[in-house]
Design a protein around this ligand. Structure first.
Ligand code: NI
Length: 138
């Protein structure tokens, strides 16, 4: 069984690689080199065994709390480039999925669940899914 919690946040970012010159960043990232924002939709999917005492795989109140503490409170109405778990990373949605996965994996395990998937909708048309590291692919 899979349980999914949805959260929303609004955040700004600009795409740049520290190792490139401004004109190279501009060429590579185009308009995304300018500071701009998105209304993101985050889906956190958890699996695991049903706890015989509660009947839950994970208590959704606790899952919500962990997502807010580790992700939403840090990133909502903020610049993604300044969020602790995104420091020194290019703030693409690919890297954001991995950053969110790494923030949530352990706390979810402590709550008795197992993180299965992070999905981020960046726009209506662009959606990203991460299932943890599989072989040599991210
Ligand atoms: Ni963008």
């Amino acid at each position: 069984m899979y349980i999914t919690r949805r959260e929303r946040f609004s955040a700004s970012h600009k795409l740049y690689n520290d190792e490139l010159q401004d004109h190279e960043n501009e060429k590579l990232f185009g308009k995304c080199f300018n500071l701009h924002g998105h209304n993101y939709e985050l889906f956190v999917t958890v699996t695991g065994k049903i706890n015989p005492i509660s009947g839950f795989i994970i208590d959704l109140k606790n899952l919500k709390k962990v997502i807010h503490e580790r992700i939403i409170n840090k990133i909502d109405h903020n610049d993604i480039n300044n969020v602790d778990f995104m420091k020194n990373k290019i703030s693409t949605t690919e890297n954001l999925c991995i950053g969110i996965w790494n923030e949530l994996e352990n706390p979810i395990e402590i709550l008795g669940g197992k993180l299965h998937k992070i999905k981020l909708n960046e726009t209506e048309n662009n959606s990203f899914e991460y299932f943890g590291k599989i072989n040599n692919y991210v």
